[in-house]
Design a protein around this ligand. Structure first.
Ligand SMILES: [Zn+2]
Length: 170
Protein backbone atom coordinates (compact mmCIF):
# COMPACT_ATOMS: atom_id res chain seq x y z
CA UNK A 1 0.00 0.00 0.00
CA UNK A 2 1.34 3.40 -0.97
CA UNK A 3 1.50 5.88 1.92
CA UNK A 4 1.35 9.67 1.75
CA UNK A 5 4.78 11.25 2.26
CA UNK A 6 5.05 14.14 4.73
CA UNK A 7 6.36 17.37 3.26
CA UNK A 8 8.75 19.68 5.14
CA UNK A 9 8.10 21.62 7.31
CA UNK A 10 6.37 19.10 9.57
CA UNK A 11 7.15 18.60 13.27
CA UNK A 12 7.25 14.82 12.76
CA UNK A 13 10.29 15.25 10.49
CA UNK A 14 12.22 16.86 13.36
CA UNK A 15 11.75 14.11 15.96
CA UNK A 16 14.19 11.59 17.35
CA UNK A 17 12.74 8.17 16.42
CA UNK A 18 12.50 5.29 18.86
CA UNK A 19 14.48 2.06 18.42
CA UNK A 20 12.54 -1.00 17.22
CA UNK A 21 12.50 -3.66 20.00
CA UNK A 22 10.90 -6.37 17.98
CA UNK A 23 10.71 -6.79 14.21
CA UNK A 24 7.01 -7.64 14.24
CA UNK A 25 4.80 -8.76 11.33
CA UNK A 26 3.23 -5.32 11.47
CA UNK A 27 6.59 -3.57 11.02
CA UNK A 28 7.57 -6.03 8.28
CA UNK A 29 4.36 -5.14 6.42
CA UNK A 30 5.08 -1.46 6.99
CA UNK A 31 8.57 -1.87 5.49
CA UNK A 32 6.99 -3.38 2.34
CA UNK A 33 4.59 -0.42 2.14
CA UNK A 34 7.58 1.90 2.48
CA UNK A 35 9.40 0.18 -0.40
CA UNK A 36 6.26 0.44 -2.57
CA UNK A 37 5.93 4.13 -1.62
CA UNK A 38 9.61 4.78 -2.38
CA UNK A 39 9.52 3.06 -5.80
CA UNK A 40 6.27 4.84 -6.66
CA UNK A 41 7.61 8.32 -5.78
CA UNK A 42 10.17 7.48 -7.33
CA UNK A 43 13.03 7.70 -4.86
CA UNK A 44 16.11 5.75 -3.71
CA UNK A 45 15.45 5.91 0.02
CA UNK A 46 12.67 6.47 2.53
CA UNK A 47 12.66 6.70 6.32
CA UNK A 48 9.67 5.79 8.52
CA UNK A 49 9.21 9.36 9.91
CA UNK A 50 8.58 10.51 6.32
CA UNK A 51 5.30 8.61 6.48
CA UNK A 52 4.65 9.74 10.05
CA UNK A 53 5.94 6.62 11.85
CA UNK A 54 8.48 7.65 14.48
CA UNK A 55 10.44 4.39 14.59
CA UNK A 56 13.96 3.53 13.45
CA UNK A 57 13.25 1.95 10.07
CA UNK A 58 14.57 2.88 6.63
CA UNK A 59 14.34 1.37 3.14
CA UNK A 60 16.65 1.96 0.17
CA UNK A 61 17.45 0.88 -3.34
CA UNK A 62 20.23 2.81 -5.06
CA UNK A 63 20.46 0.58 -8.16
CA UNK A 64 19.82 2.77 -11.19
CA UNK A 65 19.98 0.08 -13.85
CA UNK A 66 19.74 -3.67 -13.55
CA UNK A 67 18.19 -5.86 -10.88
CA UNK A 68 16.64 -3.95 -7.98
CA UNK A 69 18.16 -4.36 -4.52
CA UNK A 70 15.37 -3.52 -2.07
CA UNK A 71 17.06 -3.02 1.31
CA UNK A 72 15.23 -2.85 4.65
CA UNK A 73 17.02 -1.74 7.82
CA UNK A 74 15.70 -1.66 11.36
CA UNK A 75 17.80 0.32 13.89
CA UNK A 76 20.50 1.21 11.34
CA UNK A 77 23.64 2.69 12.85
CA UNK A 78 26.85 4.07 11.36
CA UNK A 79 29.62 2.03 13.05
CA UNK A 80 32.55 3.68 11.24
CA UNK A 81 33.01 6.41 8.66
CA UNK A 82 35.89 7.17 6.31
CA UNK A 83 37.93 10.37 6.62
CA UNK A 84 37.66 10.96 2.89
CA UNK A 85 34.47 12.65 1.80
CA UNK A 86 32.17 12.73 -1.19
CA UNK A 87 29.91 15.48 -2.47
CA UNK A 88 26.52 14.52 -3.89
CA UNK A 89 23.66 16.62 -5.11
CA UNK A 90 21.01 15.40 -2.67
CA UNK A 91 17.26 15.61 -2.79
CA UNK A 92 14.53 14.34 -0.47
CA UNK A 93 10.99 13.09 -1.04
CA UNK A 94 9.94 15.37 1.84
CA UNK A 95 11.47 18.45 0.13
CA UNK A 96 10.18 17.92 -3.41
CA UNK A 97 12.02 19.13 -6.49
CA UNK A 98 14.86 20.80 -4.61
CA UNK A 99 18.48 19.74 -4.61
CA UNK A 100 21.72 20.85 -2.99
CA UNK A 101 25.27 19.58 -2.66
CA UNK A 102 26.07 17.91 0.66
CA UNK A 103 29.49 16.66 1.80
CA UNK A 104 29.54 13.39 3.75
CA UNK A 105 32.01 10.59 4.52
CA UNK A 106 32.65 8.69 1.25
CA UNK A 107 32.22 5.27 2.85
CA UNK A 108 30.54 4.00 6.00
CA UNK A 109 30.18 0.72 7.84
CA UNK A 110 26.55 0.24 8.91
CA UNK A 111 25.00 -2.23 11.34
CA UNK A 112 21.27 -3.01 11.39
CA UNK A 113 18.59 -5.66 11.91
CA UNK A 114 17.15 -7.16 8.75
CA UNK A 115 13.47 -7.99 8.17
CA UNK A 116 13.93 -11.30 10.03
CA UNK A 117 15.44 -9.55 13.04
CA UNK A 118 18.96 -10.81 12.25
CA UNK A 119 21.91 -8.46 12.77
CA UNK A 120 23.72 -7.41 9.59
CA UNK A 121 26.83 -5.35 8.95
CA UNK A 122 28.10 -4.00 5.64
CA UNK A 123 30.35 -1.35 4.09
CA UNK A 124 28.73 1.12 1.74
CA UNK A 125 30.29 3.57 -0.67
CA UNK A 126 29.26 5.79 -3.58
CA UNK A 127 25.58 6.68 -3.75
CA UNK A 128 24.66 3.94 -1.24
CA UNK A 129 26.89 5.58 1.41
CA UNK A 130 25.29 8.98 0.88
CA UNK A 131 21.78 7.53 0.85
CA UNK A 132 22.16 5.45 4.02
CA UNK A 133 23.57 8.47 5.91
CA UNK A 134 20.74 10.70 4.62
CA UNK A 135 18.11 8.14 5.74
CA UNK A 136 19.69 7.57 9.18
CA UNK A 137 19.70 11.36 9.64
CA UNK A 138 15.90 11.28 9.20
CA UNK A 139 15.67 8.97 12.24
CA UNK A 140 17.43 11.70 14.24
CA UNK A 141 15.15 14.47 12.99
CA UNK A 142 17.80 15.82 10.63
CA UNK A 143 17.23 16.85 7.01
CA UNK A 144 19.85 17.37 4.29
CA UNK A 145 19.07 21.11 4.26
CA UNK A 146 20.37 21.24 7.85
CA UNK A 147 23.88 20.93 6.35
CA UNK A 148 23.37 24.12 4.32
CA UNK A 149 23.79 27.74 5.34
CA UNK A 150 20.79 29.47 6.99
CA UNK A 151 19.88 31.55 3.91
CA UNK A 152 19.73 28.58 1.59
CA UNK A 153 17.90 26.48 4.20
CA UNK A 154 15.24 29.16 4.66
CA UNK A 155 14.80 29.60 0.92
CA UNK A 156 14.30 25.86 0.41
CA UNK A 157 11.95 25.66 3.39
CA UNK A 158 9.80 28.46 1.96
CA UNK A 159 9.63 26.74 -1.44
CA UNK A 160 8.71 23.46 0.22
CA UNK A 161 6.03 25.16 2.33
CA UNK A 162 4.55 26.68 -0.83
CA UNK A 163 4.53 23.32 -2.59
CA UNK A 164 2.87 21.72 0.43
CA UNK A 165 0.10 24.35 0.38
CA UNK A 166 -0.46 23.84 -3.33
CA UNK A 167 -0.67 20.07 -2.92
CA UNK A 168 -3.11 20.39 -0.03
CA UNK A 169 -5.25 22.72 -2.06
CA UNK A 170 -5.01 20.60 -5.22
ZN1 LIG B 1 15.10 12.46 2.75
Amino acid sequence: MIKPILIHPDPRLKKLCAPVDDVSDELRALSQDMLATMYDAPGIGLAAPQIGVLERLIVMDCVKEGDPEPTIMFNPEVLAASDDTNVYEEGCLSIPEQFAEVTRPASVRVGWLDENGNPQEKDFDGLWATCVQHEIDHLNGKLFIDYLGPMKRQMMTRKSQKMKRERTRG
